[in-house]
Design a binder for this molecule. Structure first.
Ligand code: GLN
Length: 547
């Protein structure tokens, strides 16, 4: 049976709970334990799949096709453990399960209540797979005291009681604000937030205190006394230059030791931190810099492309070079030449996206990269844009476009070289969709295999001809245009194993132009950069040497 660490937050949101959880996972692994991380989100959306990236940041997709919170991306990047559908849940999903059971008559006519029906549903979620790992780390979104979060906290309280003593601990993150006028760190908000927890029957074993200033020993002792935790379980968390410093920084401050102490695991196995020392060495000893333009739509909020930003950093680490990613609004060159904006970049990346807005600019960016022989990585929509560009400007299909944009406009303006896929094979199943389907969870989602052409650039990059990558899209490049496009040099170098769905395209005779229908960024890790990103950055480095 796994030991459970529940991770909660207080005082303010955005304290870096996800990062602290991920770092703790990495540290427990470094001590030889197996871990799994989970996220419980109090909002009422059933999943983040339909939430705006402006508001919520990127949607992270798992191998088994769940659309989850971007924190699951951090978990994977820090632990390398692939997240599953059963690692992410929201209040919306919990309530929807309960109501479905009620409609089916599963509760035999009983009155359905938050306690026990909703809390039971949450406890069932927590318990899934508890015989598979040493530690289960469960992060609760939001802050203690939020109305939506209450059923989760109540479920955790029950869960802790139902498990044998010593199987569960609670780690609480708070903020110590600094008052410049008196030059003091204030502990009162932390005390209040711990009180709030205590009032619902929960007591923290470990307190992680975010602070912009060093926490004096005296304050640490005071927090311990007032919050009923041991002094060495009050862990300072200072601002870091890079998130990848978190495992080593938390280790220095004693987080993993405090957690193992709280479980009574003595003597604690010694940690092997070489993986993280190597990561930090690569990050801090980079030589030179390459500039990559990310031409997209959600450029105001970096979190909308979190995994891409991280994967580029990893690509830089693989080449021991800094990657300066700059977010360019595709609408800047919707109708004109992008040269003035794109000149000086060593590589162009067009990421995934939805809807027509900005697409003409992305198509121009693809054309610019193709003609200038600048490395281009097109991801999902970015691949579709590259295909439309080639269809229009090389194959002479002047009105080439995607069915997605005609659906939106209720028109027929484009010849659909990218079309709405309504039937495909997943494992042994045939999946079917129609135009009027729900927006949530109806895309081609999760891991699919692809077969690569042996003599292609991608096969060389991967060092393999069979790969598996994660998908999240409705539209597909139409195989019927293959011959016409290949004649003009756009090679279909990766296909679904049944040969029906184009997975990868590349321009013959271009040093590095690759479009992929999937999202490679989701599988990149700092200690194992994704080959596409590593090689894309390598190609950018080559361009930077020429100028
Ligand atoms: N909008 C496109 C589709 O649904 C691309 C999706 C994406 O880039 N993730 O196919």
């Amino acid at each position: 049976m796994a030991r459970y660490v529940f991770i909660t937050g207080g005082v303010v949101s955005s304290l870096g709970k996800g990062l602290a959880s991920a770092a703790l996972g990495a540290l427990l692994q470094a001590r030889g334990f197996t871990v799994r991380l989970r996220k419980l989100d109090p909002y009422l959306n059933v999943d983040p799949g339909t939430m705006s990236p402006f508001e919520h940041g990127e949607v992270f997709v798992t191998d088994d096709g769940a659309e989850t919170d971007l924190d699951l991306g951090h978990y994977e990047r820090f632990t390398g453990v692939p997240a599953r559908k059963t690692d992410s849940v929201s209040s919306g999903r919990i309530y929807s399960n309960v109501l479905e059971k009620e409609r089916r008559g599963d509760y035999l006519g009983k009155t359905i209540q938050v306690v026990p029906h909703v809390t039971n549903e949450i406890k069932d979620f927590l318990a899934v797979g508890d015989d598979e790992v040493d530690f289960m780390l469960c992060e609760i979104g939001g802050t203690v005291g939020d109305i939506e979060g209450l059923p989760f906290f109540e479920a955790i309280r029950q869960f802790i009681h139902e498990r044998p003593r010593g199987q569960c601990i609670l780690m609480h993150l708070t903020l110590l604000p600094y008052l410049a006028a008196s030059g003091e760190l204030k502990t009162k908000p932390t005390q209040h937030s711990v009180k709030e927890l205590q009032s619902i029957g929960l007591a923290p074993d470990v307190l992680v205190c975010r602070s912009e200033h060093p926490i004096p020993e005296k304050e640490r002792a005071k927090i311990a006394l007032f919050c009923n935790v041991r002094p060495d379980a009050v862990i300072p968390a200072y601002d870091l230059k890079t998130i990848y410093e978190a495992p080593l920084a938390y280790h220095r401050e004693g987080l993993d030791q405090a957690v193992l102490d709280a479980f009574g695991i003595t003597p604690a196995p010694r940690p092997n931190l070489t993986r993280w020392e190597d990561v930090m060495d690569r990050l801090t000893h980079a030589e030179g810099q390459v500039r990559v333009a990310i031409v997209g739509k959600y450029t105001q909020l970096e979190d909308a492309y979190k995994s891409i930003a991280e994967a580029l950093t990893h690509g830089g680490m693989a080449n021991r070079v800094r990657v300066k990613a700059e977010w360019i609004d595709a609408e800047l060159f919707e109708t004109g030449d992008p040269t003035a904006v794109l000149e000086g970049f060593h590589a162009i990346l067009v990421p995934g996206g939805f809807g027509e807005r900005g697409t003409e600019g992305k198509i121009r960016a693809a054309q610019w990269a193709r003609e200038r022989k600048i490395p281009y990585l097109g991801i999902c929509l970015g691949m579709q844009m590259a295909v439309i560009e080639a269809a229009r400007n090389l194959a002479g299909i002047k009105n080439a476009g995607s069915e997605e944009f005609d659906h939106e406009a209720g028109a027929k303006r484009f010849e659909p070289v990218v079309y709405h896929l309504k039937e495909w094979v997943q494992g042994n199943y045939k999946v079917q969709r129609s135009v009027g389907d729900d927006k949530g969870g109806t895309m081609r989602l999760g891991a699919y295999d692809a077969a690569l052409k042996a003599d292609s650039l991608v096969a060389q990059v991967y060092g393999a001809t069979a790969i598996e990558e994660r998908h999240r899209h409705r539209y597909e490049v139409d195989i019927r245009y293959r011959e016409q496009l290949e004649e003009k040099g756009l090679c279909f170098s990766g296909m679904s194993p049944d040969g029906r769905l184009p997975e990868i395209v590349e321009h013959k005779g271009h040093p590095w132009f690759i479009g992929v229908q999937f999202h490679p960024e989701l599988k990149s890790k700092p200690f194992k950069p994704h080959p596409l990103f590593a090689d894309f950055v390598r190609a950018a480095v080559e361009v930077s040497r020429l100028v």
